[in-house]
Design a protein around this ligand. Structure first.
Ligand code: CA
Length: 218
């Protein structure tokens, strides 16, 4: 009788283990959220080969210290391993979570992108570099800084960008980005998507790399 119970219990445990293994092999993602579609990148600043098989999207905010850190620590690895090799394109969606200065940064970025798309990424990285690393709550994103970044990194006249901000000339683009934020349940910045997969920890390069490899294999 005892032997029979042990046999049944062993068989039952074996079955559970088998089911768990089958489940993992069928679904490579444990904690990542998988959406029906990759966020739409049409009309958004995008870098990399347009025919790259993979799309990486950052929902970011110029006022967000973690976004600056991500751009310094993680983005260069993604760029070297995948974007430069033509395997991924990278898109940035404005996610202005820190009030007025975030909105100002987003409006400035949309203005530069619309007027001089070829200068967009220099402006983008230049503006992030202006973050105040000593005081994360300082309002560093001023008209003066924007003016300076436009003059340094673009062929544009700074006054044209400043008047776009004042007139909220690109409000529609910000509204569209906010629609994406809500559609993709973005609650933190940076939030990173690899195709339609939302990364659990944007600072875990192993997770990012594993997800990219999975997506490239599919
Ligand atoms: Ca946008």
């Amino acid at each position: 009788m005892v032997k029979k119970i042990v046999f049944i219990a062993t068989a039952f445990i074996g079955l559970i283990i088998l089911l768990v293994i089958m489940n993992y092999s069928g679904h490579p993602y444990e904690d990542e959220q998988v959406f029906d579609n990759t966020p739409e990148i049409e009309g958004q600043p995008t870098t990399g080969e347009t025919d790259a098989p993979l799309t990486i999207v950052e929902f970011g905010d110029f006022m967000c210290p973690a976004c600056y850190a991500w751009g310094e620590e993680i983005y260069p690895q993604i760029q070297k391993d995948f974007i430069d090799k033509g395997e991924a394109q990278f898109t940035y969606i404005n996610t202005p979570f820190h009030g007025m200065p975030s909105e100002t940064g987003a409006l400035a970025a949309e203005s530069v992108f619309s007027k001089a798309p070829e200068d967009y990424w220099d402006f983008h990285h230049g503006l992030f570099d202006e973050q105040d690393s000593e005081n994360h709550h300082s309002n560093w994103l001023t008209d003066e800084v924007i003016s300076d970044m436009v003059e340094t990194h673009t062929s544009l006249n700074a006054d044209d960008v400043l008047s776009d901000i004042k007139d909220e000339a690109h409000r529609a683009e910000i509204d569209y980005d906010e629609q994406m934020i809500s559609e993709y349940g973005v609650g933190l910045t940076p939030t990173i998507f690899i195709n339609n997969v939302k990364i659990q920890d944007p600072f875990d390069y192993d997770e990012i790399k594993e997800t990219i490899d999975n997506e490239l294999d599919n």
